[in-house]
Structures are given as C-alpha cells and as structure tokens.
Design a protein around this ligand. Structure first.
Ligand code: ADP
Ligand code: GLC
Length: 487
C-alpha cells in the first residue's frame, strides 16, 4: 500500500469487531466505522487478534514474515473479511483460543491477557512505524484498554523520529486493564512508560492509564460522558489524568449501522414497517408476546430490554421496579446475560408472574431485532453509559427508549416533557437520579403517555426520524483525524 497524502490512512486497533467477534458495543463501532469513513476520504485498516473466528473468515491473506512476540512467533496477515480491510495478528500462542476473546472456559480472564493485548498494541506500533514494507498510517486509533498501549509503544520506539499521530478512544472507563507491576518485565515496556501506567489504589499498572497520558488525542463515545469522566464521581480513579488532558479530550456520539438496523427491510422480524406505517408494529408486538409466552394483549404496554445484565446497566434497578411496571399494567420481555444473581432474579420474576414477565438468558441477534420491532418501550436504566447503542436501535425501530439521564443516553434521547411533546421533539422518557424509585416513576409516566395514542405516535415518529446513522459521527472522526495528521 503506498503512502498517499490523500486519502488519509488510519490503523484502527481493536480487540473485537462485528460481525467477526463481538462481546458488546465496541465491536459494533469498530465494525461499522470503517465503511462510514470511506465517503469521507478516510481509509481504515483494522488490526485485530487472530482468534480462530477471525482466521477462519480471512480470505486471500498475504503473510508478512514472522517476528518474535512475547514468547512465540507472530506474523501479520493482510486480507479482508466480511467487508473489513484487516491486518490480523497471527500469534497462535496468544490468540488460538476459541470462544470469548477475554475469558477462558472457566469464565475468568485468561492469565496472560497482559501479554496478549500488549502484543496487539506492540504490533500496532511496529506497523505504525513502517514494519509492513514502508506503509505507514497517518493515524493509529486505539480502542479501549486492550489497544491503549499502542501510543506508548509508538512514542518509546520512535524516540525523536517520525511517528503517526495517535488517538485512544474510551468506550468504557470501567475497564482499565490493570495488571500486577511484575508484567512490565514480560511486555518490554520502557521505564518511562511504566511510570505512566502505574498508580492508584490498585498498586499495579493500567494499560489505559498509560495510553491516556501519551496519546495525542483522547475521545470517548458521547460529549456528556467526556465531561462526566473528568469528575471524581464518574472518573473511576482516572479523572486526574483525564482532567490533565481535558484539552485533547472530546466526545463523538456513536451511530448504528442503519442497513443492519432497518425496520423497512429487516428479514428477522414478522412485519416490516417504516415511519409512515408505525401501526404495523402491532404484528411484531403480537409475535414477541407469543415468542416470550406473554399474554396476547395488544393494549398492555410492553417493555423490552436487550442488555448485559450488570450493575452498569442498572439491571438490579429494573428488577426492583417490577412491582410498579406490573401495577401500571405493563409486560416485560428481557434478553440478556451477565451476572448470575441478576439472571436468577429475572428467572424468579418470570416464574412469579407468568404471562407478564419473561426473559431469555443468552445472546441472540435475531431476538434483539424482534424485541426492538415489537416492544412499545425499551428500558435502559444504566448507572453510567458511555454511549449506548440499544437506545439508538430503539429510536430507529419506534420502540420508545426509557433511559437514565447519563452519558450518551442523555445525548441521544429527548425527554417527553409537555414542551418537547408540543414541539414534536420528544423521543423518549428520561429519568434522574438513577434510582429504582425514579425508574419506577418513569415507568408510570411512560405507561401514561402510551395510553394517549396521539401523543405516543408523535413520540415514536420523532424517534424514527432522528438521525442515528454513522454519517455525522464519521464526519466528526474524519475532522479529528485530519486535524491530528496536520490538516
Ligand atoms: P455495551 O457495549 O455496554 O454492552 P451497547 O449498548 O453499546 O452496550 O452495545 C450493546 C450491543 O450488544 C448492542 O448491539 C446490543 O444490541 C447487543 N446486545 C447486548 N446484549 C445482547 C443479547 N443478549 N443478545 C443480543 N444482542 C445483545
Ligand atoms: C461500551 C459502552 C457503551 C458504548 C460501547 C460502544 O461497551 O458500555 O455505552 O455504546 O462501548 O462505544
């Protein structure tokens, strides 16, 4: 690949990308952004680990010569898979393990995760400095802690020589990649980088902390989250670093893939519809009630949730608010998996209220679409939410999002106040503070709005018209990259 001034080349470094490997929204973003950036003149090449699923999907790859990497041999394979231009880090000693990219069969972190993801970051730095026959990206874009050491390796390897610009995107500050200080010896970090990584009550070192201190730019996935993480309340111990770097920190809200998520063309739902035919959703509601064993009642407000079952997502608050949901005549259909206690709580609620509350514990793309297409409201009571994608899908599908006023949820949903309803701007129900009581009150408020068909249709239509695509976010990333690469 030649080095061209235009287009602008970006090396996206990431540990998961839809549809190859996904545990959450990070994969959706990494999978969709490259295509969204193409019309902006930005070419994205994605560097990711050679997990078995990635190796199997890779077509016509060109192998670069192997190099030693943390106790084994690693090669870079250049190819493409499922529409992504890929550089795959083929390092079997680190990545030839099926299943979840981070966890072993015992559901615990792989014991060598420090080496695995430092290896990814080091490979990114080598590529950034021209290891692949002289091709150099203008920008190295590292996503989350798994890639966050890339700017550190780049800086320390390049010394005073030329290097590409670097940006770290924080998709979730809760995951900081902390390891015992002893791993430093294994991953070849220079002493300066080690200092940047050290600290806090953890007494070890954090990949994310290191990257945040040396990256040229930092982004996160919504403007509100960008502000929140500079505060002690929401900075998760890294707020001092983020405050010190506030001048280079910004928030760009995520989009969703509007071809993948298009109710007018979605082959996974019973009845297809658009903003002009919202009433046709009734068929999907009936199908969803049948699928979940809920009472076939077209008038009961049907709340849905598609979520990791965790404290972050407020799944415990949802359980606590169930009495109010039932009193309001509501039904609940949940698709999710996560913490055992929360899974058990949902199963118990389903057993206690058959026909009114139902859950499917697991991960199911098709069912996620069916919930978005059939539920009247989508619950997202997160305690913190960097951006959130399910409320964007909900907007697009006419499932009115009921969300906590935090992070990207606050930035993407407009509360149905009387003024917003009158102005045709209301797209959902937003509540604060993030407590079970406030959630219960929001559920009652949403059920009330639902029982006023004219108002409800207006909220649904405004949501479906909202631009949740990658167009504007891609423009914002393109502007950022160009500014970083020197115009
Ligand atoms: P996070 O990444 O914090 O989990 P996001 O809202 O950004 O939250 O992204 C979650 C993504 O994962 C969305 O694409 C959502 O549809 C999907 N998802 C979450 N849980 C499930 C599930 N149980 N089954 C199918 N898809 C799910
Ligand atoms: C993280 C966040 C989520 C965000 C996603 C993609 O998983 O929890 O809010 O939407 O990353 O950026």
């Amino acid at each position: 690949m030649p080095l061209l001034m235009r287009p602008l080349w970006v090396l996206s470094v990431v540990s998961e990308a839809y549809p190859l490997v996904k545990t959450g929204g990070l994969a959706d973003v990494a999978g969709a952004l490259p295509a969204a950036l193409a019309p902006e003149g930005v070419k994205v090449v994605t560097l990711m680990p050679g997990y078995p699923a990635v190796m199997a999907a890779l077509g016509n790859a060109v192998a670069h010569p192997p190099e030693p990497l943390f106790g084994g041999e690693a090669r870079i394979l250049a190819g493409s898979a499922r529409g992504l231009d890929l550089l795959v880090l083929d390092a079997p000693h680190l990545f030839a393990r099926a299943g979840n990219p981070y966890l072993g069969p015992d559901r615990r972190d792989w014991p060598d995760n420090a080496r695995r993801f430092a290896g990814l970051a080091l490979a990114a730095a080598r590529i950034g400095l021209g290891a692949l026959g002289g091709w150099r990206p203008h920008v190295v874009h590292a996503h989350d802690w798994q890639a966050a050491l890339a700017p550190s390796y780049l800086r320390h390897a390049a010394g005073s020589g030329a290097r590409p610009a670097s940006v770290v995107t924080v998709h979730n500050l809760a995951f900081q990649g902390w390891f015992p200080a002893s791993v430093a010896a294994e991953i070849g970090l220079p002493p300066e980088a080690l200092e940047e990584a050290e600290g806090g009550h953890h007494g070890g070192l954090s990949f994310l902390k290191a990257g945040l201190q040396v990256a040229d730019r930092i982004t996160t996935v919504s403007p509100t989250y960008a502000r929140e993480i500079t505060t002690e309340a929401d900075g998760m111990g890294l707020d001092p670093v983020l405050r010190a770097r506030a001048g280079v920190l910004s928030g760009i809200v995520n989009g969703i893939d509007t071809r993948e998520w298009d109710p007018a063309r979605d082959g996974r739902i019973a009845v297809r519809y658009g903003p002009e035919s919202i009433a046709a959703r009734g068929g999907n509601k009936a199908a969803l009630q049948a699928r979940f064993g809920l009472e076939a009642d077209p008038r009961a407000p049907l709340f849905g949730a598609v979520t990791r079952l965790t404290g972050q997502k407020g799944s415990d608050l949802m359980l606590e608010a169930l009495p109010s949901l039932l009193e309001a005549g509501g039904q609940l259909a949940v698709l999710g998996s996560g913490e055992a206690a929360l899974e058990a709580g949902l199963r118990a609620a389903q057993a206690a209220h058959p026909g009114r509350i139902a859950c499917t514990i697991g991960y199911d793309e098709t069912l996620a679409h069916q919930i978005q297409a059939g539920a009247d409201m989508l619950l997202v009571p997160s305690r913190f939410e960097p951006c959130g994608l399910t409320q964007l899908c909900a907007l697009r599908y006419g499932a009115v999002p009921l969300v906590a006023r935090v992070g990207g949820l606050a930035d993407t949903v407009t509360d149905a106040t009387p003024e917003a309803i009158a102005a045709g701007r209301a797209t959902g129900v937003v509540f604060a503070p993030v407590t079970a009581a406030a959630l219960a009150e929001a559920i009652r408020r949403a059920a009330g709005l639902y029982r006023d068909p004219g108002v409800w249709a207006g909220i649904q239509a405004a949501g479906m018209r909202a631009d949740v695509s990658w167009r504007e976010p891609a423009r914002a990333y393109a502007r950022l990259y160009r500014a970083m690469a020197g115009g």
